[in-house]
Design a protein around this ligand. Sequence first.
Ligand code: HEC
Length: 125
Amino acid sequence: MTRILNRSACHCLLVLAACAVAVTAIANDEFEHAKKLYDTYCAQCHGMGRDGKGINSPTMSTAPRNHLSENIGNIPEAEMEKIIREGGLAVNKSVLMPGWESVMTDEEIKGMVSYLYEICCRENK
Ligand code: HEC
């Protein structure tokens, strides 16, 4: 019994530590703005639920990423920015992930990265 408790306590600490590293602080209004942009530009592939199950996803040869996955927290900030700015090909991923530099400002792209770190690993989505 003690062993089981110890194990789960340890697991909790690991999860917390992983999230603390991944999450950069994001202001409320920045969060709300990114959320709107996401609904407009990203949801058709990544899903209104941010789970990769957008309306386009069933017919796509490469599945859009599930943005609720904790793995998102392990992708370095620079790489996240690059794929959103320049698209999948720029980081050797699928061309089906478009680049958004002509649509979103630099500030909005950075805000989106913070937003994604926030939703991947935090409770209050
Ligand atoms: C037309 C469909 C489509 C749209 C729209 C789209 N994506 Fe993607 N996205 C993809 C696909 C497909 C992948 C997976 C690429 C791969 O794994 O090769 C992806 C991957 C990503 C990744 C990479 C995760 C990783 O594992 O490196 C990020 C971040 C991302 N998208 C963010 C966004 C954001 C933010 C938007 C909106 C501004 C957006 N995407 C809009 C299709 C789309």
